[in-house]
Ligand binder design. Structure first.
Ligand code: PG9
Length: 658
């Protein structure tokens, strides 16, 4: 055999044994690795803090190790305090408020991993600044949600006829702060509150009767008036995509279920349902008291007036330095922060207590990275800049003993036309009276032109379109892709431009940079052949589309401000009135704030249409007592006219700054 041949040629090297696999192998014994006990750089205390009525609220307190004389920053949430205080590890903690309520929020739940030993890893991105500066960070569940006892009311009005519970987020904030400053030996007794959206609502509620230890507040995109322009309605038009939120928020104490829709494409779902009321019922909402309340209050009656927080807070003395914050393209809470700021400003006699910050952001983007928004890439991280350079010096000034006075600008607004921050002493820079510059009417001419000249006589008296509720105009291209919700307000409007049911007015290219800084005001002389109608107006920056020029944004139709107004409320928000068929009537409303520059070569465009679906429910165009429950026969095509004649010239009052 070959082996015997090998044996015969026995090599001299003893390591050559003829088989590299030994007959047995015993692994050497190792001492098992034992991880050293983690050294936590913070302490976590989970507390049930008693309120004045005995109800206890679930509160997570994160205290840096060895903290002494430390300031507190408090967030009161309806989105699961346990998860918010473990944001790096939990789906709910990462699904920051406002990010995905209509698109289906991930089910909250604490992940299986243990707490991180490092506070900076345990908390979410927006808390990094507080960890770095040694703050005690506290999250608390509002009453009735998650770990807190008591009954839950959705964004409850202050105690009164519409809130019989005896408690609200003003009393609960007061009692919580009182308990914290008396029972946490590590604190210096100074508390700041911060929070976005619903959590911003709880900040504003705290300001209605602030505890003396509440020294500074930052309401971020707070829900302030759910009927005028935050979350539920815009000027009376219902945001029916929020119906999912009713279920997720009020079906159970924890995270509510997501009731599946028939199709991925909500355009089809809502059209098939017929009315918002039918859609709500298809989600099981006849079991939800809050939906029934909303359904019973379609107009701006006592229920909504009782919780108009901009008016309520600005009626109070301005004692707590407050920084109102909002995104310029905030698709959920576009109304509250700037209206509250504006109303309270009258009391800010030294211009040092009431501040406004508006960034180039979608809703709650302040809690995320801020490099990009839709088609734009900004210079740097715009949200990190605000958290580090604006929030912290502001909070430190009031919350940290001996901290220097912050150099906080009264108003900080991103300039979306020049890609930079503007630090301003006041806002707006241009308005009808008393703002330095005066707004200028830009007229909507019947031939589709937009100019500063009023109706010059002759020619057509109106431009018209037929609005068909059976074929509503989508607010986004119908991809069924929920991911675009955050950026829909910067959607290129070419996708509807030139539709027969959209009126487009456009200016000549502007020859010099044209700055607008304030609130564009819509003045439409509008008529409908029906008896009710919605009016959607968009102010758009049209980028040049010269084939020899750059392709980036070529021809882009960028909405800088848009909103919807339900015609029945043109005379009174509380008492709706039918429109008189074919009679031009004034429809007047404010668009959201803008701080923009139309660059030379760009055009100004205005689009007018009557549906924005399925974000808003359809106006049947027949006056009915309650649109939530409109019947199929109520939905009628109507001929809509925008008038352009002496005495009835439609225009947008543009807050131009020369
Ligand atoms: N925009 C959300 C919301 C706030 C208040 C009521 C309903 C929804 C949010 O982001 O919290």
């Amino acid at each position: 055999s070959s082996l015997s041949g090998f044996a015969q040629n026995k090599p001299a090297d003893p390591t050559i044994v003829g088989n590299d696999i030994p007959s047995s192998f015993t692994p050497p014994r190792r001492i098992p690795y034992k991880a050293p006990a983690p050294v936590f750089d913070y302490e976590k205390r989970v507390l049930m803090i008693p309120m004045r009525d005995g109800t206890k609220l679930y509160t997570v307190v994160m205290i840096p190790k060895g903290a002494k004389n430390a300031p507190i920053v408090l967030t009161r949430t309806c989105y699961n305090a346990a998860a918010r205080a473990a944001a790096h590890r939990t789906t709910a903690g990462n699904a920051l408020p406002g990010v995905a309520p209509v698109a289906g929020r991930s089910a909250p739940g604490v992940a299986a991993q243990a707490d991180s030993p490092h506070l900076i890893d345990e908390l979410g991105l927006p808390d990094e600044v507080f960890v770095k500066d040694g703050y005690i960070r506290i999250y608390q569940d509002v009453r009735g949600k998650y770990g807190s006892e008591g009954v839950y009311l959705m964004t409850p009005p202050p105690v009164g006829p519409y809130n019989p519970s005896g408690a609200d987020d003003t009393t609960d904030a007061w009692d919580t702060i009182d308990w914290l400053v008396k029972n946490l030996p590590e604190t210096n007794g100074r508390v700041g509150m911060i929070g976005s959206s619903y959590e911003g609502f709880t900040v504003v509620m705290a300001l209605l009767n602030p505890h003396p230890a509440l020294k500074a507040a930052i309401p971020e995109s707070p829900m302030v008036d759910g009927w005028m322009g935050d979350d539920w309605f815009h000027y009376g038009a219902f945001r029916q995509r929020m119906l999912d939120y009713f279920v997720s928020q009020t079906a159970v104490r924890g995270a509510g279920p997501h009731v599946p829709h028939d199709h991925h494409d909500d355009y089809a779902n809502f059209l098939e349902a017929g009315s918002a009321g039918n859609f709500a019922r298809s989600l099981g909402e006849d079991q939800l008291p809050y939906w029934k309340t909303v359904e019973a209050h379609p107009a701006y009656d006592g229920f909504w007036q009782s919780q108009a927080l901009d008016k309520l807070v600005s009626a109070k003395p301005l004692t707590v330095p407050t920084m109102w914050l909002q995104g310029l393209w905030d698709q959920e809470d576009m109304y509250g922060a700037n209206h509250a700021y504006t109303l309270w400003e009258a009391k800010d006699t030294n211009n040092d207590k009431n501040f406004l910050v508006m960034g180039p952001w979608f809703h709650s983007q302040i809690n995320r990275e801020g490099h990009v928004m839709g088609p734009f890439t900004w210079d740097g991280d715009t949200t990190e800049y605000v958290r580090e350079e604006i929030f912290m010096p502001f909070f430190n000034q009031y919350l940290v003993e001996g901290a220097p006075k912050a150099n906080t600008p009264p108003v900080l607004i991103y300039n979306t036309g020049e890609n930079r921050w503007d630090k301003l002493p006041k806002w707006p820079l241009s308005c009808d009276k008393g703002c330095g510059s005066t707004s200028r009417p830009l007229y909507l001419h019947a031939d589709g032109k937009l100019s500063y000249e009023t109706h010059t006589g002759g020619g057509a008296k109106f431009a018209e379109y037929v609005s068909d509720p059976a074929k509503p105009i989508p607010f986004l291209p119908r991809t069924g892709d929920v991911g675009t919700w955050q950026t829909w307000l910067v959607q290129d409007q070419r996708f509807v431009d030139n539709r027969p049911d959209v009126l487009t007015y456009v200016s000549e290219p502007v020859t010099t940079a044209t700055r607008v800084s304030g609130v564009p005001e819509v003045n439409l002389y509008a008529s409908t052949s029906g008896t009710d109608s919605d009016w959607i107006v968009k102010v758009i920056d049209v980028y040049p589309d010269d084939a020899t020029g750059p392709t980036t944004m070529a021809g882009y139709e960028l909405p800088i401000a848009l909103d919807i107004f339900r015609g029945r409320y043109r005379k009174s928000f509380e008492y709706p009135e039918a429109m008189k068929p074919n009679e031009p009537e004034l429809v007047k409303f404010d668009l959201p704030n803008v701080n923009h520059v139309f660059q030379p070569g760009h055009r100004i465009m205005v689009q007018v249409q009557s549906t924005l679906f399925p974000l808003y429910d359809r106006n049947p165009q027949t006056f009915v007592p309650n649109i939530f429950d409109a019947k199929p026969a109520d939905y009628q095509k109507a001929t809509q006219r925008i008038w352009d004649m002496p005495g009835k010239a439609s225009f947008i009052n543009l807050p131009i700054v020369p």
